[in-house]
Write a protein that binds this ligand. Structure first.
Ligand SMILES: Cc1cc2nc3c(=O)[nH]c(=O)nc-3n(C[C@H](O)[C@H](O)[C@H](O)COP(=O)(O)O)c2cc1C
Length: 365
């Protein structure tokens, strides 16, 4: 049975559960005095690369909001769960002009692009300047801000998400009770799910090109995730045809991506380690996508070593292990053991990529 709940101010904090980011926002007042306070009403606002922005909501009479209005700058510091007590200390209603940090273990360090300092103990930090302020009537002040710099502890950026989550140990805000009891969760029980191929997900090998693609453009196409590669193929060919071209070049791709606010750096984030990533579409004139990065290569070597230790009667090929790189790390051993079991049941002594793909397809069916 469900029951309708009254919508009241602070609905998002009272009955409704709304897990949120926990941050400490640092600002300077007009006289250059430092202020710090926790804020969780925060959300990415404009996610395109062209103009990344963030949105933060404040009580209009808070020192933080007043300082932002006065100076146009602030820093969003994300502390680890080990600093929750300090976060709570900075939330106390200290009088204007009091530097809350003096009552905490946080240390102010210079920021890269803005005047308000950052907090050394915070593994991820965002330096912001005001783009627009909306003062909601008798309610929050909403600040839409430009992201001037994203600063992280060294080593974090390079980590896989599975490693970075425990390394950063960010708390999750779970709201408050009566404005005094604040609830948080720690990210100690993280679960991971793998997105299965979409029902219409195209295998790269099934995509047909109708124009000729030069080798650079083909390589660019191969960097697009397989499930959107068909759409991109059609869009780029339509674009190139519109330009009167008969051969698709990387410039056509770049121009089209730019229209969406994307550039090559953004596209890199979509680069897939999927087994189809480097397959060449039928009809393509050149295969140019065989680019195994050094990192991938090391990962495949280590998988091969592990796989071939599992059973003396079942050997994995390197290509079979390459096809396994898309399996999330916590599940990889289990996946390999499943493959070995299946190989033994079927009397298969050599696990090749076709065998891995068949087992995957059966599992996903
Ligand atoms: C975890 C946490 C999250 C908070 N998030 C917000 C928020 O998003 N917006 C807000 O106005 N106040 C929020 N507060 C309350 C302010 O931090 C508190 O009112 C503080 O005293 C304001 O300080 P200031 O006047 O120095 O800015 C939060 C408090 C805590 C403990």
């Amino acid at each position: 049975m469900k029951k309708e709940v009254r919508i009241r101010p602070f609905w998002y904090s009272d009955a409704w559960l709304f897990p949120k980011l926990v941050t400490v926002v640092t600002t300077l007042d007009a006289d250059g005095q430092l202020n710090a306070a926790p804020y969780s009403h925060i959300m990415q606002y404009d996610v395109m690369h062209k103009r990344p922005r963030i949105m933060v909501g404040f009580r209009q009479d808070s020192h933080t909001f007043k300082n932002i209005v006065a100076t146009g700058e602030f820093v969003i510091n994300c502390p680890s769960a080990d600093y929750l007590e300090d976060v709570m200390e900075s939330a106390r209603f200290y009088p204007e002009g009091v530097n809350e940090l003096e009552h905490t273990r946080f240390t102010a360090i210079p920021s890269h692009k803005v005047k308000p300092p950052s907090l050394e103990e915070c593994p991820q930090i965002m330096e912001c300047t005001v783009d627009e302020i909306v003062r909601l009537d008798q309610s929050s002040g909403i600040v839409f801000a430009n992201i001037e710099a994203i600063v992280m502890d060294e080593g974090l950026e390079e980590m896989d998400r599975a490693e970075r989550i425990p390394a950063m140990n960010l708390p999750i805000g779970l709201g408050d009770q009566d404005r005094f009891e604040y609830f948080f969760a720690r990210t100690t029980d993280v679960v991971q799910y793998t997105l299965k191929e979409t029902p219409r997900g195209y295998q790269a090998s099934k995509i047909r090109t109708s124009l000729e693609w030069d080798s650079q453009a083909m390589q660019g196409l191969m960097e697009i995730p397989p499930n959107v590669r068909e759409m991109v193929t059609i869009q780029v060919e339509t674009y190139a045809t519109g330009k009167g071209a008969t051969v698709v070049t990387i410039q056509h791709m770049d121009e089209l991506m730019a229209e969406f606010g994307m550039d090559r750096a953004v596209m890199d984030r979509f680069r897939t380690k999927d087994k189809d990533a480097n397959a060449t579409p039928a009809g393509a004139t050149e295969a140019s996508a065989e680019q195994e990065s050094a990192k991938d290569s090391k990962k495949i070597d280590s998988l091969l070593e592990d796989a071939n230790k599992l059973d003396p009667d079942v050997e994995f090929t390197r290509e079979a292990c390459a096809a396994l790189t898309s399996v999330p790390r916590p599940f990889i051993k289990k996946a390999m053991k499943g493959i070995v079991k299946k190989a033994k049941t079927e009397g298969v002594a050599l696990v090749d990529v076709a065998f891995v793909e068949r087992v995957n397809a059966e599992r996903n069916a």
